[in-house]
Design a protein around this ligand. Structure first.
Ligand SMILES: NC(=O)C1=CN([C@@H]2O[C@H](COP(=O)(O)OP(=O)(O)OC[C@H]3O[C@@H](n4cnc5c(N)ncnc54)[C@H](OP(=O)(O)O)[C@@H]3O)[C@@H](O)[C@H]2O)C=CC1
Ligand SMILES: CC(=O)N[C@@H](CCC(=O)OP(=O)(O)O)C(=O)O
Length: 309
């Protein structure tokens, strides 16, 4: 028996990537609307209510509208937007985040797909906070860079249309990026981190970095202990891996074009300063890959079916 999956926003950057991952899959019937109906509220309401699963790849306001159009208890929703990521009645769709999270996603009716930057940040810090290595009241900082597809169709047009697109553009300089509430809530920390991203002139890929002064933590964990805790957290994960050996060089292309996320632990043992680094694809584990992983889990299918490993 197959499942029906309506992709609302299927013509957008994330929607197209989800379609690619679902195309040709057994047991999945993809529902999309013709171009002249894709913003028609009545047509969307019908597809939203007739499908077993819907994946929303829309701006926040349109995602909220889509959820309000669902008038039955059967349709299960995965929302790729920021709209519901800290909503108490939604399940956060990061199956690797906690030992119980995959089971929670499997049962859920409403799943919020994580933001791309929080995916990197949480993969780096949540196991260390859970293990008591990073104190919950520590003022964490995060620096990151993203390919320009992270800003959707509008930013793609901006970078690809410009005579001279910037090589790198730091932003969110007022330290109020929309991902802060999500980072704080799901890391389970007392203060939002200082988060300062940059968009760079490449289509896809991300690097997320968290520096840690291990010498200042009351337990003074070693670099080896930090790496071991992260390795333990992801030992059974098909998508998240902790890199072996010397970190060497890191590039934004490392996991671009895949649904993987790689964690690296670097630093200076003499000073007790660590640098945690995650690479991922903003459109892979940062968006479409995660949405398809959540769909697979909710539908009782192989969690990584259709993903690029
Ligand atoms: N890009 C990324 O790396 C990531 C994106 N996300 C999130 O995923 C969501 C989609 O982002 P992204 O794909 O980048 O954005 P895009 O702008 O590329 O695509 C959004 C799509 O939604 C359509 N749309 C807008 N309003 C409506 C409406 N009322 N009804 C139906 N369709 C509508 C747009 O139509 P039109 O084509 O006419 O503009 C467009 O096709 C956003 O919430 C974003 O924050 C999450 C993680 C990463
Ligand atoms: C480069 C760029 O602009 N990136 C986006 C985040 C992309 C993402 O994670 O999407 P959500 O909007 O769903 O959270 C930004 O910083 O707003």
């Amino acid at each position: 028996m197959s499942i029906s999956v309506f992709i609302d926003g299927a013509a957008g950057t994330t929607g197209l990537e989800i379609r690619e991952r679902l195309a040709g899959r057994d047991r999945i019937e993809i529902v999309t609307l013709p171009d002249d109906k894709r913003k028609d509220a009545a047509a969307r309401a019908e597809a939203l209510n007739d499908s077993q699963f819907v994946i929303l790849c829309l701006p926040d306001e349109a995602a909220r509208e889509a959820v309000s159009l669902i008038a039955n208890p059967h349709t299960r929703v995965i929302d790729a937007s920021t709209a519901f990521r800290v909503a108490p009645d939604w399940t956060y769709g990061f199956p690797e985040l906690e030992p119980s999270q995959q089971a929670a996603v499997a049962e859920a009716s409403r799943v919020s797909n994580p933001g791309c930057y929080p995916t990197g940040f949480l993969a780096l810090v949540r196991p260390l906070i859970r293990a008591g290595m990073i104190p919950v009241d520590w003022p964490l900082t995060v620096n990151a860079m993203s390919g320009y597809s992270g800003g959707g169709k509008a930013m793609i047009a901006e970078f690809e249309g410009a005579d001279r697109a910037p090589a790198a553009r730091p932003y969110a300089l007022s330290l109020a990026h929309k991902h802060l509430p999500e980072m704080q809530k799901h890391a389970r920390i007392e203060h939002p981190p200082i988060f300062q991203p940059s968009v760079v002139n490449t289509y896809r890929g991300m690097i997320v970095e968290v520096p840690l002064p291990l010498h200042a933590f009351h337990r003074r964990p070693s670099l080896e202990a930090v790496e071991s805790a992260l390795r333990d957290a992801y030992k059974d994960s098909p998508l998240i891996a902790v890199a072996d050996g010397d970190v060497g060089t890191v590039s934004i292309e490392d996991d671009a074009g895949t649904d993987r996320l790689t964690v690296r632990v670097s630093g200076n043992p003499a000073t007790g300063q660590a640098l945690l680094i995650a690479t991922l694809d903003n459109l892979g584990k940062g968006a479409a890959g995660a949405a398809v992983q959540n769909l697979n889990i909710m539908a009782g299918l192989d969690p990584v079916a259709g993903l690029v490993l």
